[in-house]
Write a protein that binds this ligand. Structure first.
Ligand code: NOJ
Length: 524
């Protein structure tokens, strides 16, 4: 494929758009529209602080866990880091203009802990950090875009790691509550949607089970880290995170909610599990997969205790909540934030042979695979474990609806990254696959809503290509392409598609969009 950057390629682009329209029509026989969703449904786009801000030591920000981690050789693909990232710290105004031009109702972003509290609760609030987020919030509100704020999205001041080992220690609960309090106090007048943390279930696995995220702790057979225990530490870390959430929400409800009128949720990685075979054991394994990943966090925050499935297999190793804790943990979310990308098959390990890392209590005695009878569950994406399985979003929402009494849900992330091959950067602009991905997932979601699921909003992940954690900048989820030399933001076709979709205008001659793209690109 080529870029739409010349008169010659303009006709080519027209042709490609026509092909795309025909393809989408024939392939799916439907054209999802904004009006397929309830009137009050919120559409948005999301980012996270460390992935886009850069300015890693500017205006009083301290080193955080990811800064330090990426300074250590071999941790991030290609030696990438978030020191400059997308330079959003300096270009936030331009980015908010892009967000507004998409026509979204809401923007999900996170606060950088080390920017506003460089030393956690061991130092002062950084006024420059507060000012930065005040400017963002004011801009959003004045443009009629609802801020949807994640308090903690994987990054925290390194000092908390060095002092007491961060989330492995209950002391981190106190630091988290102090941080959340600082956010509520300074920003809560403009924030009506808070989420306490992003994907604690994925974080515990990546940081304490396979040791690929900082602080990179693990043990055999999960990985080869200098220290850690992959069977026990994730459980301790999750316990501290859940208590931190519960205490922060308690505080919000007691001191702020009445006056500020916001709601609070938590965001979880919601991978869908389907049984590998019709066999009852695999069906049970799929149910266990969901309980061990989603129920692990949501059961305590809804019912006040860990899922019975986990108690059954992990037994006494699973921490106990005191009765006072159970009280404030129960019903400590107003909504569920659902990050959904993909679906996997689950295979039972209790009665069948599995690899030694799957055949473990912490994993729920199940193995996962994307292949059944030689057929993949869905098309490959840039992250090999995330296959394209549109039905999964409907299935996972249905699961949550049943298990949590149809509590309000937001799809806080859903997005696509293209499989990468060397030197393929330019094709990223003509991201037909991303458009197709969102259309198919949205169709499945719309059906689930028609079937009664209480889903209130949907956020595309992500606004612009960014620092994709240990994979660095090569894997791209953005609606906007970032030229890594100039940091220019270039709209992909998916940005144009989302803009049009949000105008309920999917029947429009998409050709017009390609001509806009031609000019945008030529002008840039
Ligand atoms: C979920 C994480 O919240 C986000 O930070 C990440 O970029 C996406 N998944 C894609 O991997």
């Amino acid at each position: 494929m080529i870029w739409c950057n010349s008169v010659v390629s303009y006709n080519y682009c027209k042709f490609q758009w026509l092909l795309l329209c025909c393809f989408l029509f024939l392939a799916h026989g439907e054209n999802i529209k904004r009006s397929d969703f309830p009137d009050e449904f919120l559409f948005g786009v999301g980012t996270s602080a460390y992935q886009i801000e850069g300015a890693y030591l500017e205006d009083g920000k301290s080193l955080n866990n990811w800064d330090v981690f990426s300074l250590s050789p071999g941790t991030i693909r290609n030696g990438d880091n978030g020191f400059i990232a997308d330079d959003h710290y300096h270009q936030y105004l331009k980015d908010i203009e892009l967000i507004q031009s998409l026509g979204v109702d809401t923007y999900r972003f996170s606060i950088s802990w080390s920017r506003i509290l460089p030393r956690g609760r061991f130092g002062d609030v950084n006024p420059d950090g507060i000012m930065f987020y005040n400017k963002i919030l004011d801009e959003l509100v004045s443009r009629g875009i609802k801020p949807f704020v994640t308090i903690y999205h994987f990054d925290f001041p390194q000092e908390l790691q060095d002092r007491y080992g961060s989330w492995l220690s209950p002391l981190m609960q106190e630091d988290y509550v102090h941080y959340a309090d600082t956010c509520f106090k300074n920003f809560g007048d403009r924030v009506k949607y808070w989420t306490t943390m992003n994907e604690p279930n994925l974080f515990t696995q990546m940081a304490y089970q396979n040791g690929r995220y900082p602080p990179a702790r693990c043990s055999q057979p999960f990985g080869d880290c200098p220290a850690g225990n992959s069977d026990t530490e994730p459980i301790v870390v999750m316990h501290n995170m859940l208590l931190a959430h519960g205490k922060a929400v308690n505080l919000y409800r007691r001191d702020y909610q009445h006056e500020q009128g916001g709601s609070v949720g938590i965001v979880l990685d919601c991978l869908m599990y389907e049984p590998l075979t019709d066999n009852e054991l695999d069906q049970e394994a799929a149910r266990r997969g969901l309980a061990f990943s989603i129920g692990w966090a949501l059961d305590p925050l809804t019912f006040g205790d860990y899922p019975s499935e986990m108690r059954q297999y992990i037994g006494n190793q699973l921490p106990q909540f005191t009765s006072a804790e159970r009280k404030f943990m129960r019903n400590s979310i107003d909504f569920i934030g659902v990050n959904h990308y993909s679906t996997t098959y689950a295979k039972d390990c209790l009665y069948s042979d599995c690899s030694i890392s799957a055949n473990r209590a912490t994993k729920g005695f199940l193995d996962t695979t994307s292949e059944r009878d030689g057929v993949q569950i869905g098309e490959l994406t840039g992250i090999s474990s995330l296959r394209v399985v549109p039905r999964g979003i409907g299935e996972v929402v249905e699961y949550l609806k049943e298990r949590y009494d149809n509590k309000p849900m937001f799809i806080t992330e859903n997005g696509y990254s293209e499989p990468q091959t060397e030197g393929q950067d330019q094709d990223a602009i003509q991201d037909f696959k991303r458009i197709e991905f969102h259309q198919m997932y949205l169709s499945s979601l719309a059906q689930a809503i028609r079937d009664g699921a209480n889903v209130k909003g949907y956020f595309v992940w992500t606004l612009m290509d960014d620092f994709e954690w240990i994979i660095g900048y090569r894997i791209k989820f953005g609606l906007y392409y970032i030229d890594r030399q100039t940091l220019a933001r270039v709209p992909k076709m998916s940005a144009k598609w989302y803009q049009d979709f949000l105008k309920n205008n999917t029947q429009t001659p998409v050709i017009r969009l390609s001509s806009e793209l031609v000019h945008n690109k030529a002008d840039s």
